[in-house]
Each structure stands twice: as structure tokens, then as C-alpha cells.
Design a protein around this ligand. Structure first.
Ligand SMILES: *[C@@H]1O[C@H](CO)[C@@H](O)[C@H](O)[C@H]1NC(C)=O
Ligand SMILES: *[C@@H]1O[C@H](CO)[C@@H](O)[C@H](O)[C@H]1NC(C)=O
Ligand SMILES: *[C@@H]1O[C@H](CO)[C@@H](O)[C@H](O)[C@H]1NC(C)=O
Ligand SMILES: *[C@@H]1O[C@H](CO)[C@@H](O)[C@H](O)[C@H]1NC(C)=O
Length: 396
């Protein structure tokens, strides 16, 4: 008897020692681990559909069509090319201000990510009847809208359906079928150049019903400017005059070449790494995508937990070695090109004094995005001299 209470005390002591010395650190550790991954701490984990929603955010002429095509050819992706264009067109003749347009854009994006394509009907002219339209902007750029169940004329395994081919063969678009096609896929990808900066979609990033990831695509502003001068000549009259006359025109000022300001304000939010972007944002340089397409695409897909698909591989194969394949409809908005050299073509289109002028305006942006300044016309024209800093990391 006497020895048994000693044993009890001893056991109790041992238990206390174990509790404090051994178990407690484990419990704290377990607690920490659990907390770190506790779903309640991420409002985003509540999204119901199980889909991943991906927004490609870019400035115009920065290569977003190209990035979009990489997703478009993935069989588990429902891709839409610039649906916000309909809002801009519809509101053009009304006194809508920037905030109203952004609000409408956000609502439309939210609906489209949830596969409700009928929402587009409010903005399409003429208004679709019975959910049928032939006015969806660049419908042919979306493979899902040219293959079953939306259109039975093309096999989903067919690699190249030109936009013209799709529109001529598939006929009018049934938006109900389009919504169904969207529902069948695990990822909805929307490309836009009509959202100025990432904070404009903060609401969507914080929406627990969505699982939104943003890929922001940037490009060397010198390349963007050269490309815009070609594509929108009326907006860049003075710059074009400069090129023709080999002399800077009187009256040329910042408003005529605002590309750097746009870029900087657009990426600066992300560079501050706010909480609401954590784990949901990726910054991609077009030049990297263009010169290491396969590797960069794999990296992007891996980050998004998207499998790497042979259809995507095929598309890269056919579109990155100067082989134009049969992708021949997109001359103006261009995916049809040798992507390896396209990102550098501006160097032969802008004169050195134009580049120099731009560089003084864009110094911060160039530095922040990892682009090298050129110091002479020889450097500018020597395309074997890379202007992209190889070991650039946006977040240091
Ligand atoms: C559009 O597709 C839906 C779903 O398959 C179908 O019920 C509807 O009849 C179609 N509309 C027209 C006008 O064909
Ligand atoms: C720049 O040019 C535009 C149009 O040519 C003019 O309206 C604007 O006032 C100018 N801005 C500056 C800062 O000079
Ligand atoms: C131009 O000169 C700057 C400063 O010396 C240098 O950092 C940059 O790399 C040079 N540009 C090129 C393309 O070599
Ligand atoms: C072009 O740049 C490369 C790489 O720096 C250099 O080796 C080559 O000599 C340059 N060519 C000319 C013509 O300057």
C-alpha cells in the first residue's frame, strides 16, 4: 500500500514532465501548422464551384493575346478574349464615368467566371434573341466557342481553327450552350486590357465565391510604344511624325507617350505585396515568355496547378519557331508571328533619339521591370545584345 501512493505520485510527476517537456512543444508546433493552413483564415477557400478563375491583366500591345492562346488550347480551360470590350462599346455613347465602367466590368467578370454568359446580352448590340448572337467580340479566338458542345463542326483535338473558319462554319452562338461548355471545364480564363490596375479587381480577389488568380503581363515600354504606333497610328501622330522627320516635333509631351506612367501605377500596387494579393498574383514579362515560351508556360501552369497539356505543347511548337502554322486570321491583333523575335522587333522600328527620350521618361519603370537602358544606336540595333535582365526578380 505504502509503495503504491509513491508510485502514483511518481507517475503523476512523470506525466507532468511529459506534458510540459515533451508534448507541449509538439502541440504548439501542431497548433502552428494547423493555424497556418486553417481554411477560415483564407476567405478564398470557400468558393463553391471548385473552379480556378484566372484573369490575364495587361496593357494593350503587351503580348496578352499570345499568353491567352497558351491557355486557350488547354482542354480544361474555358477562355474568353476581351469580353469587357462589349461594356466599353455599349457605354461609349453614354456619360458613364470611369467608376461606373469599372463597376460594370467587375460585375460582368464575376458573372462570366461563374459561367453565366447570358450576362453579356445586356451589352451586345443588337440584343440577342433566345440567347443567340453572332456579335460576340472575337468569338473565334476562343476554342471552347468553336468546338463541342457549342459547335459540332470541329473536333476538340483539332489544333488550328482560324477565327474566320470558326465564325463561318459554326454560325450563330448559342449563349446557353456556351455557358454549359464553361461549366464543364475546371478553369475559366479571361484576358483583358481594359482593367487599368490590379486593385480594380480587389473585390473579386476577396470574393469567397471565386478562386481568382491574376497574371499581370508586362512588356518593355519601348516595345509597347513601338507596337502601339503601328496599331493605333491616329493616337501617336506626333511620335510617328518624329520618326518620319527624324526630329522631335514641337509640342510633344508626356501625354503623348503615357505608357510608362500607366505601367508603373499598374504594377506598383502588386510590388507592395498587399495581403489580398498573397498567393494570387503572378507578374510575367512578355520578353521572358517570348524567348523561353515552353519553360515559362510550364512555370506559369505549375504555379496555377494546371496540368501541362500536349495541345498546349503543340501550339507552342507550331507558333514559336517562325512556323506560322495555320493560325492565319490574326494579323492586326496578332498572334500570328514568330514569337521569339517579336518582342525585340521594336529595336529596329524606333530611332535612337526616340528611345533615348522614352528612357528618360521611363527610367523608374525600366529599372523596376528589369529592362536595360541602351546607350547608343549600335546597342539599340544589335539584337544579339539582350536588353532583358536575366536574373530579375520582381519581389525582393
Ligand atoms: C440553345 O441551347 C440550349 C441548350 O442546349 C437549347 O435548349 C436551346 O434550344 C438552344 N437554342 C436554340 C435557339 O437553338
Ligand atoms: C500636352 O499636349 C496636349 C495636347 O497636345 C495638351 O493638351 C497638354 O496641355 C500638354 N501638356 C503639357 C504638360 O504640356
Ligand atoms: C548602358 O549603360 C548603363 C550604365 O553604364 C548600363 O547599366 C547598361 O547595361 C548599358 N546598356 C547596355 C545595353 O549595355
Ligand atoms: C553585338 O553584341 C554582342 C553581345 O554583346 C557583341 O559580342 C557583338 O560584338 C556586338 N556586335 C556589334 C556589331 O556591335
Amino acid at each position: 500500500m505504502q509503495c503504491s501512493w509513491k508510485v502514483v505520485i511518481l507517475l503523476a510527476l512523470v506525466a507532468i514532465v511529459i506534458q510540459y517537456a515533451v508534448l507541449r512543444p509538439f502541440r504548439t508546433m501542431a497548433h502552428n501548422i494547423l493555424n497556418r493552413h486553417r481554411p477560415e483564415e483564407h476567405p478564398h477557400s470557400f468558393h463553391v464551384s471548385g473552379k480556378t478563375h484566372i484573369l490575364i491583366l495587361a496593357a494593350s500591345r503587351s503580348g496578352s493575346s499570345f499568353l491567352g492562346q497558351l491557355f486557350n488550347h488547354h482542354p480544361d480551360v474555358f477562355y474568353l478574349y476581351e469580353p469587357l470590350n462589349h461594356i466599353q462599346t455599349a457605354l461609349k455613347s453614354t456619360p458613364a464615368n470611369r467608376r461606373m465602367i469599372l463597376g460594370a466590368s467587375r460585375d460582368l467578370l464575376r458573372g462570366l467566371f461563374n459561367c453565366d454568359l447570358h450576362l453579356l446580352e445586356d451589352y451586345i448590340t443588337p440584343r440577342p434573341e433566345n440567347h443567340i448572337t453572332n456579335q460576340l467580340w472575337r468569338r473565334g479566338a476562343s476554342k471552347a466557342l468553336c468546338t463541342p458542345p457549342v459547335c459540332d463542326s470541329f473536333s476538340p483535338h483539332r489544333g488550328y481553327i482560324t477565327e474566320r473558319n470558326c465564325i463561318e462554319t459554326c454560325g450563330s452562338l448559342n449563349l446557353t450552350l456556351a455557358s454549359q461548355s464553361c461549366q464543364q471545364r475546371g478553369n475559366v480564363v479571361i484576358k483583358t486590357v481594359r482593367v487599368p490596375e490590379v486593385s480594380d479587381v480587389r473585390d473579386l480577389l476577396e470574393d469567397p465565391r471565386l478562386n481568382l488568380k491574376v497574371i499581370q503581363l508586362v512588356r518593355d515600354p519601348r516595345g509597347v510604344l513601338a507596337s502601339r504606333m503601328m496599331s493605333f497610328p491616329d493616337n501617336y501622330l506626333l511620335m510617328r511624325l518624329w520618326k518620319m522627320k527624324h526630329q522631335k516635333p514641337e509640342g510633344l509631351n508626356l501625354t503623348h507617350v503615357s505608357v510608362c506612367e500607366d505601367f508603373l501605377s499598374s504594377v506598383s500596387t502588386a510590388l507592395r505585396q498587399p495581403d489580398w494579393l498573397r498567393g494570387r498574383y503572378m507578374l510575367v514579362r512578355y520578353e521572358d515568355l517570348s524567348s523561353h515560351t515552353l519553360q515559362k508556360t510550364q512555370e506559369i501552369f505549375k504555379t496555377l496547378r494546371l496540368s501541362f497539356d500536349e495541345n498546349v505543347m503543340d501550339w507552342i511548337d507550331k507558333n514559336t519557331e517562325g512556323n506560322m502554322g495555320r493560325w492565319s486570321y490574326m494579323d492586326v491583333y496578332g498572334t500570328k508571328r514568330d514569337s521569339a523575335t517579336n518582342s525585340e522587333r521594336w529595336r529596329l522600328r524606333l530611332s535612337f533619339d526616340m528611345v533615348e527620350y522614352l528612357q528618360t521618361l521611363c527610367k523608374t519603370t525600366l529599372h523596376q521591370l528589369g529592362y536595360k537602358i541602351v546607350n547608343s544606336s549600335e546597342e539599340l540595333e544589335n539584337v544579339s545584345l539582350s536588353l532583358v535582365e536575366e536574373h530579375w526578380r520582381p519581389f525582393q
